[in-house]
Design a protein around this ligand. Structure first.
Ligand code: SF4
Length: 222
């Protein structure tokens, strides 16, 4: 889009600080069911699911964890099984060698430093082997203690289209979003964008005519 059109569109919808509240409110009504798509029953299962979800779909992870979580219920279980056995059990999630190594390292640290419990804060979570900032953000947020805004591919695309950020790097996008999104919405905001991105603001063909925030979006095609 030429620069003049972008500037014109931004002017039409108004400043992002004024748009963020109605965007969140309308998406919350439209996607009232927006929630994490991973299946888990405990903080440990949440952590494992999120670690396994790297480079694969949530549906795929849920299929694997359905049996995995019957066999492995404690950090000790992950350490008791030989590495190769754990690799076979998580094979279908891809990158299984690296993921098995990370899982075992994480379980070791949980036992040695956290009394076998999953920590709640970002600085503690990112110390766990194989747990990057995004994983830590998802886990702390789902455990009711969001410490930032999770930025995945949908959040990145929609934040850019909505003019909430001009950045491309997830860490910089998050920096923009934590300044813009009210703290009480840090947990649900990514879910709203993810579900809107899956259902309406699709990567290749956004359905702007069906979008409940098209009058607030500088990239709207209607
Ligand atoms: S108006 Fe179009 S580009 Fe903007 S958020 Fe809606 S679907 Fe996406």
């Amino acid at each position: 889009m030429p620069r003049s059109y972008v500037a014109e569109a931004r002017k039409r919808v108004g400043p992002k600080k004024q748009r963020i509240r109605p965007v969140i409110d309308r998406l919350a009504i439209e996607h009232a069911d927006a929630a994490i798509a991973l299946t888990f029953r405990s903080p440990l299962e949440l952590l494992v699911s999120v670690m396994l979800s790297a480079q694969t779909t949530d549906v795929n992870v849920n299929k694997v964890t359905e049996t995995l979580f019957v066999k492995y219920t404690t950090p000790e279980d992950y350490l008791a099984a030989p590495q190769e056995e754990l690799e076979r059990d998580i094979f279908a999630t891809g990158f299984y060698r690296q993921k098995a190594r990370s899982l075992r390292g994480t379980m070791q640290m949980l036992l040695e430093e956290f009394d076998g419990e999953v920590p709640r804060t970002l600085p503690e979570l990112v110390r766990l082997p194989g747990v990057a900032r995004k994983t830590a953000n998802v886990v702390s947020s789902e455990l009711g203690n969001p410490q930032g805004v999770v930025v995945d591919t949908h959040v990145r695309r929609l934040s850019q289209r909505l003019g909430f950020t001009k950045e491309d790097d997830p860490v910089r996008i998050e920096r923009d979003l934590v300044k813009l999104v009210p703290r009480e919405d840090w947990g649900r905001f990514p879910h709203l964008l993810i579900w809107h991105g899956r259902r309406v603001c699709i990567a290749r063909a956004p359905r702007c005519e069906d979008c409940v925030i098209n009058d607030l979006c500088p990239s709207s095609r209607v």
